[in-house]
Design a protein around this ligand. Structure first.
Ligand code: SF4
Length: 269
């Protein structure tokens, strides 16, 4: 039987998930629960009952109880057929396919099968990841992924545990593993006012990356409030009801800090 997995969206013509024009495939399930998550519906592994006006009906499953549940089981050939439709855009823009989530490493066999198929079909691939997975999974994915978009949120482990629900130990270890083996990695830092934007955190991340070596590029992702309505629809409290996005000046200031530390840094994906 063809390998299959659970997907909660496929977004076409993406300009912020790696180089060129891309199709982003969102795999369901995430081991983290970041306070600033703007896709809280992605965290739960299987399909579950919720209706978001913004989601395409294609990604709802009709359950036995008659409810529509967000999240659809797709086989590798079904996903590949979707990806192939936009090959012309990838070829003309130097783009390709990005696997995101949730956390795509939560469905390792499905992800590996998709990556292998993309290589076979000569499609460039990015894996947008938290890095929170076993090193054997990271090692296997590294064999196929053209680029990792790798999230670094908080360098202090207590803070990381408080705001994401998990230790950053495996994340830092896996990043060092990838960098030490020459993988192409772009770091993505969510800039969340009052949480990730402190001087200590940013200096700590810069120091860690310099010690690790092999990483040149950093993208800064400004916190947004797109998730606040979703929490309401999920019946969960918004963890950060009073936090506003960072200003453009703040983003530029942080970008200038990392540039001054020798990294190629820009605000945005
Ligand atoms: S890692 Fe991403 S998808 Fe998972 S909880 Fe954090 S922000 Fe949400």
């Amino acid at each position: 039987m063809a390998k299959q997995g659970i997907i909660f969206d496929i977004k076409k013509y993406s300009l912020h998930d790696g180089p060129g024009i891309r199709t982003t495939v969102f795999l369901k399930g995430c081991p983290l629960a970041c306070w600033w998550c703007h896709n809280p519906e992605s965290q739960i592994e299987g399909p579950f009952a919720v209706t978001y006006p913004g989601h395409k009906q294609d990604f709802y499953t009709r359950a036995e109880d008659g409810q529509s549940k967000l999240g659809r089981t797709m086989t590798v050939p079904e996903v590949m057929a979707e990806l192939e439709k936009d090959r012309l855009f990838y070829d003309e823009s130097g783009g390709g396919v990005t696997f995101s989530g949730g956390e795509p490493l939560m469905q390792p066999e499905f992800l590996l099968a998709l990556l292998a198929e993309c290589r076979e079909k000569d499609l460039h691939t990015c894996v947008d990841t938290t890095g929170y997975a076993g090193q054997e999974v990271i090692g296997e994915v590294m064999q196929y992924a053209g680029l990792f978009l790798y999230d670094l949120k908080l360098i202090d482990d207590d803070g990381h545990t408080k705001y994401t629900g998990v230790s950053n130990g495996p994340i830092l270890d896996n990043l060092a593993f990838l960098a030490g083996r020459g993988a192409h990695v772009i770091i993505r830092i969510p800039i969340v006012p009052g949480i990730t934007d402190s001087r200590d955190n940013l200096e700590g991340i810069a120091a860690f990356l310099k010690r690790t070596g092999g990483i040149r590029e950093i993208n800064l992702l400004p916190y947004n409030r797109f998730g606040s309505n979703k929490y309401r629809r999920l019946g969960r409290p918004d963890p950060m009801p009073a936090t506003n996005p960072p200003t453009a000046e703040e983003m530029n200031r942080i970008a200038a800090f990392f540039t001054g530390q020798g990294f190629a840094c820009r605000a945005g994906g």
